[in-house]
Design a protein around this ligand. Structure first.
Ligand code: A2P
Length: 316
């Protein structure tokens, strides 16, 4: 399995298990299946609502001696309603409690978006969403760096950050994020962002690598292109005796990004990890490169308020 290194020498496996959209009840089972299949990298988040279930599965695996904590790389993410400096570490501790861990390998600021502190669930009114100036990203980031100093997390990073927001954060902070996790797949190749991250030593994780077709209907455009049914992806898959999902996953890895396909199905969990064995040719990579259409599966106005706040969080 290919892995990527942080500056201190720690490594993260290129393929991890995504857990967004894994319901509590199936998330823990998926994590067990994944670890038994050989995954050592699990991507979680407080807002996915399944960390407690995953924590129970992890504890069981540790107790039964199937895997050791130090063999795993576990990521989680800080939700938008805990951006105030005094709320960050309590939110992190809740995640650690749920996951039943005493440290995280990586903690990410989930979005460059602030909600009313303490808000549970989705914002119901304009008052639940705060202008980012009210709780600046730098305030949240400083608290995350504190968590790193305290040993609660080994690495700190962000998610859904554009080059503009990364640049602002880097200029204002003593330490740059070590990771940026963003939507990334052949329809949204994000060349500019990848170049920016590379030049600043920021690793990149690709989410929704398979097009996240199990996401809620409210997040779907009326007619969206299907990655798994794309003819070029299917031709390449047939040529290699692989599946379209395996081509999409290996494409991400060969572009030097980390990738976190979600599955709660045992066969697909294994299939996705086995994509590591596939080798795409330069010609395959070139053909996939031509598929870019700057298309996002996640709506750009996900957090837009009536007054137009967070109109487009992906500002470049
Ligand atoms: P399932 O969980 O039933 O396997 P993404 O990682 O882009 O968010 O995509 C997740 C979606 O892709 C889920 O609907 C998941 O379904 C499906 N999926 C995961 N692995 C595969 C695969 N190997 N082939 C087809 N669909 C897959």
């Amino acid at each position: 399995m290919k892995s990527f290194s942080f500056k201190n020498g720690d490594t993260i496996d290129a393929i991890g298990l995504g857990t967004w959209k894994s319901d509590p009840g199936e998330a823990g089972k998926a994590v067990k299946e994944a670890i038994r299949a050989g995954y050592r990298h699990i991507d979680c988040a407080a807002i996915y609502g399944n960390e407690d279930d995953i924590g129970r599965a992890l504890s069981r695996l540790f107790e039964d001696g199937e895997v050791k904590r130090e063999e795993l790389f576990i990521t989680s993410k800080l939700w938008n309603s805990a951006h105030k400096k005094n709320d960050v570490i309590p939110a992190l501790k809740k995640t650690l409690d749920d996951l039943k861990l005493d440290y995280l390998d990586l903690y990410l600021m989930h979005w460059p978006v602030a909600f009313r502190p303490g808000l549970t669930g989705a914002p119901k009114s304009e008052k639940d969403v705060l202008p980012i100036e009210e709780i600046p990203i730098t305030e949240t980031w400083e608290a995350m760096l504190q968590a790193k100093k305290q040993g609660l997390i080994k690495h700190a990073g962000v998610s859904n950050f554009s080059t503009v927001k990364l640049d602002e954060l880097i200029k204002a902070s003593p330490e740059a994020p070590e990771m940026n996790q963003v939507e990334l797949h052949p329809y949204l190749q994000q060349e500019k962002l990848l170049k920016f991250c590379k030049s600043h030593d920021i690793l990149v994780t690709a989410y929704s690598p398979l097009g996240s077709r199990d996401r809620p209907d409210g997040m779907k455009a009326k007619e969206e292109p299907s990655l798994l049914e794309n003819p070029v992806i299917n031709e390449i898959a047939d040529k290699h005796g692989a599946t379209p999902a395996q081509v999409l996953i290996k494409w991400a890895v060969q572009r030097d990004t980390i990738v976190i396909p979600k599955s709660s199905n045992p066969d697909r969990i294994r299939q996705n990890l086995e994509s590591a064995k596939l080798q795409l040719s330069e010609e395959d990579m070139k053909r996939i490169r031509a598929l870019d259409q700057h298309f996002r599966y996640l709506p750009t106005n996900l957090f837009r308020t009536k007054s137009g706040m967070y109109e487009n969080i992906f500002d470049d």
